[in-house]
Structure formats: structure tokens, C-alpha cells
Design a protein. Structure first.
Length: 302
């Protein structure tokens, strides 16, 4: 059958002869096979070329994206570095506050706020970019844990400081009035009898009607007249501390009144057992007289 002949007639212009070509079936099939092979090869190389172009474009895009990610990770690394510095400052403030208020410092190992457990997996990163990303994530998570830890620490500090502040607010720390020390604490000669007797407070000589101030916060437990101290105010500061203010010309508070440090209690006078205008000031701890000088932070008494 391959030898079977086919005629192809070519009719040219009017002045030329008609061409009659005879082609065998095998020849025609061979030409078709070659033609199909050519088109198939052309299509294959065309598709390969297109794929190669697309892959190159995608690779360029991925390279650009990696560059952007690397830049962002660098920014995050710089931010983490700054956050570490800020965290160091916070820790230093925490330590200083604890030192000032005589509180126990925090063990540095506790501030590492480590994590662990069976579920903790450390990924294996093949690329430098992947390793950097994972390290930044770890740093950020650690800083978050440290912030939570420091927030809890500051809450504890705030509670402690408030408690200490309350104690300080109710502890005598200032002089009760302006003036000059005329008699100190301890054994002294009585100005009326001349006998050697204990003096449970200090006497501050001052002009009549000089303001007398509360030396700390507390509650007025007594206002009235006593034989020796004359017009007297007694303040209960809590924790077993009481202060006495004697020889007043006038009393400016009432029993049961709550007062703060520097509130006006009365005016200097010479009532009671006195030879002239002055304030008798006492500090008693648990009912026992204490030297008021120990409870005056800055004294100009002389």
C-alpha cells in the first residue's frame, strides 16, 4: 500500500503547462511525520522557553521579597536591642526602689523568666533568614514575659510603698513649731522647785500665739486642760505612737478629729505649769517617753 501513487495537478497561468506530479503514499506519510515532529519540537522548546522566563521572573520576585524580609528582620532586631536596653532600665529602677525602701531584691535568675516542658520544640532552620526570624520571635516572647514579671513586681512594690508611706505619714518627723530649745529631754532641774527631775519631752520657747503644727497624721484623742501641761492636745498616730502638745494659749482642734502632718493644732501659750510662753512637746511609744529629737528629721532647734 505504501507504493500506491497519488497525483497532484498544478494548474499554472494561462501560458504555462499543467504540472502533474505523482507522489507515493509512503513519501506523503514520511513528509507528514517530519512536519508533525517539527511542530512538536517547536512547541516543546517554546513551552520550555516560556517556563524558563516565568521561573526567572518568579525567582527575581522571590529575591526581592527576601531582601525586603531581611530588611524588616534587621529593623526588628534593632527594636529588640532597644527594648532590651529599656528593660534593663526598668529592672534597675525596680532594684533602686527596693533598696530605698529596704525591701528584698529579686533574684536575677527569676528575671530570666525561662520556659520549658515537653511541648517546647526548637525548630531546625536551614536558612540564615529563618534562623534570624526565629531568634527575634524568641527575644520578643522573652521580653513580653519579662514585662509581665516586672508589672507584677511593680504592683507588689506599689502595695509595699503605700504601706510604708502610711507608716511614714503617721510617724512624727518635723518640729511642731518655730522657736528655740529651752529645755531638752532627760533629767533636768525643775524651774519651780530646783529639784532634779526627769523631763519627758522638750520645751521650745516661742512668741505667744506662734502656730503649733501636727508632726504627723493621726487622730486627736484628747483636748483639754491639765494641771501641769495646761491646755493640751494629744494625737494618736497609730502603731503605739502618741504626741503631746502642752501649755497652749488656744486649741484649734477637737477630740476625734483626723489630722495630717502640718495641720494647725493650737497656739503657743503659757498655760499650766509654766514660767513663760513655750511649747512642751512629747513623743511616747507604747506609753513610754521617747526623745523627740529622734523624730525630727531636720531640726534647727538650739
Amino acid at each position: 500500500m505504501l507504493c500506491e501513487k497519488y497525483s497532484i495537478i498544478i494548474v499554472p497561468g494561462s501560458n504555462e503547462e499543467i504540472v502533474n506530479k505523482q507522489l507515493s503514499r509512503g513519501f506523503i506519510i514520511s513528509v507528514l511525520v517530519v512536519a508533525l515532529s517539527f511542530f512538536a519540537a517547536s512547541a516543546y522548546f517554546a513551552i520550555g522557553f516560556l517556563n524558563s522566563s516565568i521561573d526567572g521572573q518568579r525567582m527575581a520576585e522571590l529575591t526581592a521579597e527576601n531582601g525586603m524580609l531581611a530588611s524588616k528582620i534587621t529593623e526588628l532586631e534593632n527594636t529588640v536591642y532597644s527594648l532590651r536596653a529599656e528593660m534593663s532600665g526598668i529592672i534597675e529602677k525596680d532594684d533602686n526602689i527596693r533598696l530605698i525602701f529596704d525591701l528584698l531584691p529579686i533574684d536575677p535568675d527569676l528575671r530570666e523568666v525561662g520556659v520549658g516542658g515537653e511541648a517546647l520544640n526548637y525548630p531546625t532552620m536551614n536558612s540564615e533568614l529563618g534562623q534570624r526570624t526565629w531568634l527575634v520571635e524568641e527575644d520578643i516572647e522573652k521580653i513580653q514575659r519579662q514585662l509581665e514579671f516586672e508589672n507584677a513586681s511593680f504592683e507588689q512594690l506599689l502595695s509595699m510603698v503605700k504601706e510604708r508611706k502610711s507608716i511614714l505619714d503617721h510617724t512624727p518627723t518635723i518640729r511642731p513649731c518655730d522657736g528655740i530649745l529651752s529645755r531638752g529631754f532627760g533629767m533636768h532641774n525643775d524651774p519651780f522647785t530646783g529639784s532634779f527631775q526627769p523631763h519627758n519631752g522638750i520645751d521650745i520657747a516661742a512668741a505667744k500665739d506662734t502656730p503649733v503644727l501636727a508632726t504627723a497624721g493621726g487622730i486627736v484623742r484628747y483636748t483639754g486642760y491639765q494641771t501641769k501641761l495646761g491646755n493640751t492636745v494629744i494625737i494618736d498616730h497609730g502603731n503605739g505612737i502618741r504626741t503631746y502638745y502642752g501649755h497652749l494659749s488656744k486649741i484649734k482642734v477637737r477630740k476625734g478629729q483626723r489630722v495630717s502632718r502640718r495641720d494647725l493644732l493650737g497656739l503657743v501659750g503659757s498655760s499650766g505649769y509654766s514660767t513663760g510662753p513655750h511649747l512642751h512637746y512629747e513623743v511616747r511609744i507604747g506609753g513610754r517617753a521617747a526623745n523627740p529629737y529622734k523624730y525630727i528629721i531636720r531640726s534647727i532647734l538650739s
